[in-house]
Design a protein around this ligand. Structure first.
Ligand SMILES: Nc1ncnc2c1ncn2[C@@H]1O[C@H](COP(=O)(O)OP(=O)(O)OP(=O)(O)O)[C@@H](O)[C@H]1O
Length: 781
């Protein structure tokens, strides 16, 4: 191998003076050799490494010592003669010079020094050539950048302008677990940035099917990554296909771009979250426009957003607001019909439940499907009064626009295991926690409700054994109906953590939020009667990573789909009304790869039967018959609870007082206005009396009367009384509550509840022991 061509990563064959004669001498500790005699090996490069930094085509060798003699000349020495003898082969380099040299190696031991007959000029030239070659092979930084820009630009046009954003860090993307899905660089880049190193089971099974063009029904437990299971294929489609425009002029695309995907969500909060999640995924597809269309915010603003930046590519919508948008007659029906490649129904069982489906059905009918187009117009929308809509000329005109070929994707954590039928009151004995509505029935149900492209959409059940996250611990605290506030406070104080408390009524949210605030706990309310901005504000505050112990008091508006990081504890202040609500509420914790979480039911004695039914519905019958029983009794420290009693009483009184005064003020104003209208004089005493307080009606009996009395006391409490309660409470809150035998102090505690439960803390005997399990069998039927 001529020295000019030699470069090595490990030991580079540098110019070692004039070309040595092939001779060797046995030395003390090895054989002297020349460079060309060595058995050089080509450096193998990884297949995908295109920028080789000048190392391409190098040879290397090991096991050779280099020594510099007194005259500054290099000498090469091997211990093992097997290293030599193959000579300078390939292209005049190293290998395979053949027999002649091999023989030379085996026979020649004697070192005769270096032959200096070589032309020194040749050496100078070869050094120069070597430098030049190296320079060529090792691009400068600016050359590298230019090369990358060029490469990026050429792919950029293919992939939607996203490569411009790619940086040197791309070389660090290492996501082998995603390899088989063959995703584009912008998608991988986003996954790498999100630190999603491995696809979840629903992602690895659903993504290839969707990319292959199938309709799909996907079921996977809460928090298992369903959003990206449909989000990634949508992004891949966006990156790989040129977008169509809303108008064509002689075959030329003109006007706004058409949306490619419509994602329907049952709640506003979930829609906003899906929007944020998809945006994070599309971080390296900066031109992709994702717009959320939900109630509670300005319709005009949302209409504007839909046409900004050349038009929306992906629309995340609640069905009601979407209907308002299409009714505006700005050509949205036609755009959706022509553009949509994907219709996604997220939290499908909720959206498709009787009573909720009408709006979805209206949307589905209007955006139609190519081969069902004539059906959709003639069948009258399956009971929907389409005439009313079609009276609007624009809607009718738009509805005749041809529909593009589209995939329908349906996702939920629950539509297996018979939940819908049980919820609809059709559950019978035969289905104890089992499969009343199995795969076949689920499919029939959905096929009936949605217009799929495929006759048999793919059904993927990523968690056939259950809907609840694997790392979820479930517990129950039995307490008196009137003690729930106290036990709630105990849990929140004893186990400070990010906690979501679910109630069954807006009134309870309104009552509990100030009560907990009086107890100096950071509680935020969330219910459907709050204005949208306040809803989002509460969610933001609760979600903030800087408030690891924040509390959200919510109705079931927060039960579905919300993905808030690091929620540790779910407390069901009221028993969920349905089994699927329990699954979805509890699914707000233990989300994502390794997350753990705890779900605790506060259960009064008259709710125990309901809990048993619930357990039977959501847990596999097999788990009921094994020792690993799912729902256990949580053993609260009753002495501590007792010590907290006075605090809760005071906080309650103060909260009730504020609520009642605010209500009274409101009522007074209303009555004053009514009296003025009637032309009579208003005297508040004339308008107060027994039985006027709403409450829960006569059936509430004693409890209703007690509540009424408390309200009256609260409403009539003087400022001084309230001030004295507040002073007493402040003093109590400053005191540390000694946790009895334990040395822990509640207010200083920072116990990881999930860990505590895993360690067995707080757990007594199984909630439903053998005896109880028999009852489950009887009841759960
Ligand atoms: N491949 C992944 N690796 C790690 N985390 C992931 C991965 N995919 C999604 N996640 C994270 O897991 C969490 C749950 O994801 P997502 O909200 O999509 O769940 P889901 O299945 O839709 O839940 P639900 O049924 O409650 O709506 C999110 O925080 C998401 O960012």
């Amino acid at each position: 191998m001529p020295p000019s061509t030699i470069k090595s990563k490990k030991r580079t064959r540098q110019s070692a003076g004039p070309k040595p004669v092939i001779k060797r001498a046995k030395m003390n500790n090895g054989y002297k050799v020349t460079l060309d005699e060595l058995d050089w090996k080509e450096v193998s490069m990884p297949d995908r490494l295109d920028d080789v930094e000048g190392f391409y085509g190098l040879d290397e060798i090991d096991g050779v010592d280099v020594q510099v003699d007194g005259g500054g000349r290099a000498e090469y020495k091997v211990n093992n003669l097997a290293k030599v003898g193959k000579g300078a082969g390939k292209n005049g380099k190293g290998k395979g010079k053949g027999k002649e040299e091999k023989e030379g190696v085996s026979n020649e031991d004697e070192w005769e020094g270096i032959n200096s007959d070589e032309d020194p000029g040749k050496e100078v030239i070869s050094k120069k050539v070597q430098r030049e070659k190296k320079k060529k092979a090792t691009p400068t930084k600016s050359e590298k950048r230019q090369k990358k820009d060029k490469r990026s630009k050429s792919r950029d046009s293919e992939l939607g302008g996203s490569f411009a954003l790619l940086s040197d860090e791309d070389e660090d993307i290492f996501l082998p677990a995603w390899d088989s899905l063959n995703l584009s660089l912008p998608t991988l880049r986003a996954l790498s940035k999100l630190n999603f190193n491995t696809p979840t089971p629903i992602q690895s099974s659903a993504i290839p099917e969707i990319i292959a063009g199938h309709d799909l029904i996907g079921k996977a437990s809460t928090g298992s990554g369903k959003t990206l299971a449909f989000g990634i294929p949508i992004l891949e489609h966006y990156l790989s296909c040129p977008r169509k425009s809303s108008k064509t002029n002689g075959g030329k695309e003109e006007g706004d771009k058409l949306p490619i995907a419509l994602i329907l969500s049952p709640t506003r909060e979930l829609a906003h979250q899906l929007h944020a999640h998809l945006k994070a995924l599309a971080a390296y597809a900066p031109d992709m426009s994702i717009v959320s269309v939900t109630g509670g915010l300005s319709l005009q603003k949302q209409l504007r957003q839909l046409t900004e930046r050349d038009g929306a590519d992906v629309i995340v919508a609640t069905p009601g607001r979407l209907w308002e948008v299409v009714s505006e007659g700005q050509g949205w029906i036609a755009k959706l019909r022509r553009g949509l490649k994907f219709l996604v129904v997220d939290e499908a069982d909720r959206l498709l439940q009787e009573g909720h489906f009408k709006e979805v059905e209206e949307v589905v009918n209007l955006i139609g499907r190519r081969d069902a187009e004539s059906d959709s117009e003639s069948e009258g929308g399956g009971g929907v009064d389409q005439d009313e809509y079609f009276k609007r000329n624009s809607v009718k005109r738009e509805s005749q626009v041809q529909v593009t070929e589209r995939q329908t994707l349906v996702f939920s954590a629950t539509f297996h295991k018979g939940l819908q039928q049980k919820l609809a009151g059709k559950g019978g004995k035969k289905g104890l926690g089992g499969d009343l509505m199995g795969e076949k029935e689920s499919m029939e149900y959905l096929l009936k409700k949605l217009k799929f492209k495929d006759k048999a959409p793919k059904f993927i059940d990523a968690n056939p054994a259950g809907q609840l996250a694997e790392r979820l611990k479930e517990g129950i605290i039995e307490c008196g109906a009137m003690e729930k506030d106290l036990y709630l406070y105990y849990l929140l104080l004893r186990y400070p953590s990010k906690t979501l408390v679910f109630t069954n009524s807006i009134a309870s949210v309104k009552r509990l939020s100030p009560l907990l605030a009086n107890l100096s706990l950071p509680a935020h309310p969330l219910h459907s009667k709050m204005i949208q901005k306040a809803r989002l504000r509460s969610l933001e505050r609760f979600s903030s990573p800087t408030s690891p112990h924040s509390i959200l008091i919510a109705t079931d508006v927060a039960a579905r789909g919300l993905d808030i990081q690091n929620v540790d504890l779910i407390i069901h202040y009221h028993l969920p009304r349905t089994a699927d609500t329990y699954v979805h509420r509890s699914g707000r914790t233990a989300r994502g790869a390794d997350a753990r979480g705890v779900s605790i039911l506060l259960c009064s004695p008259d709710e125990v039967i309901g809990v048993r039914r619930l357990v039977a519905k959501v847990h596999d019958p097999e788990s009921l018959s094994t020792a690993r029983y799912a729902m256990r009794s949580f053993d609260a420290d009753r002495r501590l609870v007792t010590r907290l009693k006075r605090r809760v009483e005071l906080a309650k009184k103060i909260a009730d007082c504020h609520i009642e005064k605010a209500k009274k003020g409101h009522e007074d104003e209303w009555l004053k206005a009514a009296a003025e209208d009637l032309g009579v004089e208003y005297d508040s005493d004339d308008f107060t009396g027994d039985g006027g307080g709403g409450g829960s009606g006569a059936a509430a009996g004693k409890r209703g009367k007690g509540r009424q009395k408390r309200r009256e006391t609260a409403a009539t409490a003087t400022k001084t009384e309230v001030a004295s309660w507040r002073a007493e409470l402040t003093a109590l809150l400053k005191e540390k509550v000694n946790a009895g035998f334990s040395t822990k102090y509640l207010t200083a505690g920072n116990v990881n509840l999930a860990q505590a439960l895993v360690n067995g803390e707080g757990m007594s005997a199984e909630f439903l022991g053998l005896e109880e399990r028999r009852v489950v069998d009887e009841v759960g039927g």
